[in-house]
Design a protein around this ligand. Structure first.
Ligand code: NAD
Ligand code: UDP
Length: 308
């Protein structure tokens, strides 16, 4: 890896902490900027080449010294998290991304910004390709996340066009693995926690909605491939293996040997009904595709390192 000093915003979160670890393993110096609202310093290794700069990215990011690469991940990502802090999520997605872009511009660094499959909303095209513009309800509860991320993409493209900033956008699809908070509300940590406790698995609605789950080790490889590539994207990063939420519940019950049952509750407002990435572009320009199957990934997620 050619990067000497990398800033990772949101580095104390689930994906960010795996990114920091991978960068340190590759010999980079890493500065993690995070205010720990959904992450924790406990997620980070004690390493001489890792610095932690506590701070909120909705304020300008002032750092001394050279920076080659900014990986901008800071943002609440679980629906439960962003629905309980709607205005802050808008601020983070909008102001936070502008500040990360300003930092990259000032330092002459490449920046890769974490966008999301949620920019496709409740998609009318399936699977989702990068040239699909999406189907987002602009005033629904999820819009605080979806529209902030869409604004973020617009900001990235504006900096590239106006200032020639070296930018990249990755659209991350549902990712899971060790260090998700057991109470973060997302489907895998929730079902694993419930299955382990012998409690009912709380399926929202009929459970026929689909997701395509990517293990975090695969995702981090893709993200770093994007950092090293000159491509500006957006590029989808996710595992194209599509499953229903009901199947996720059944797989987790089977894999944990739990006695839990499935309990259907109310559906979430504007919950996307189908989601699967078309990863042709990532295969072509990054030479990347996921390698970890769902069963293998789930096994890795509860042993030896439990999710959360
Ligand atoms: P996470 O909540 O575990 O991590 C986010 C991190 O950002 C946390 O450490 C949090 O404290 C920090 N943060 C949030 N707002 C901040 C602010 N204003 N200032 C400073 N730090 C702030 O989430 P994650 O799953 O690791 O997601 C990381 C990134 O990837 C997010 O940008 C998210 O939108 C994107 N993403 C994740 C997924 C997924 O399935 N995990 C899917 C699509 C996109
Ligand atoms: N889900 C569920 N029960 C839960 C948590 C989530 O049925 O306890 C469903 C949720 O309604 C959605 C899917 O699982 O259809 C994925 O939800 P998650 O919050 O993990 O991510 P999203 O893709 O919605 O951002």
């Amino acid at each position: 890896m050619g990067f000497r000093r990398v800033v990772v915003t949101g580095g104390a979160g689930f994906i960010g902490s795996h990114v920091c670890e991978a960068l340190l393993e590759r010999g980079a110096r890493v500065v993690c900027v995070d205010d720990f609202r959904t992450g924790s310093p406990d997620n980070l290794p004690d390493h001489p080449h890792l610095g932690v700069a506590p701070g909120d990215v909705t304020r300008p990011i002032d750092l001394l010294g050279d920076v080659d690469l900014v990986l901008h991940l800071a943002c609440p990502a679980s629906p439960v998290d962003y629905l309980r802090m709607p205005v802050d999520t808008l601020r983070t997605g909008a102001l936070g991304t502008l500040h990360a872009l300003e930092l990259a511009r000032r330092k002459g660094a490449r920046i890769v910004v974490a966008s999301t499959s949620e920019v496709y909303g409740d998609p009318l095209e399936h699977p989702q390709r990068e040239d699909y513009w999406g189907n987002v309800n602009p005033i629904g509860p999820r819009s605080v996340y979806d529209e902030a991320k869409r604004f973020g993409e617009a900001a990235v493209e504006a900096f590239r066009r106006e200032y020639g900033t070296d930018t990249g956008i990755v659209r991350i699809f549902n990712t899971y693995g060790p260090r998700m908070r057991p109470d973060d509300g997302r489907v895998v940590p929730t079902f694993l926690r419930q299955a382990r406790a012998g409690e009912p698995l709380t399926v929202h609605g009929d459970g026929r909605q689909t997701r395509s789950l990517c293990h975090v080790d695969d995702l981090v490889r893709g993200l770093l491939a994007m950092a090293e590539s000159p491509h500006h994207g957006p590029v989808n990063l996710g595992n194209p293996h599509e499953v229903t939420v009901l199947e996720i519940a059944e797989r987790i019950i089977a894999l944990t040997g739990s006695t839990s049952v499935v309990e259907h509750g109310a559906g979430m407002v504007d919950d996307p009904k189908r989601r699967r990435p078309d990863i042709s572009l990532a295969r072509e320009v990054l030479g990347w595709e996921p390698e970890i199957s769902l069963d293998e990934g789930l096994r890795r997620s509860f042993a030896p390192h439990p999710v959360g």
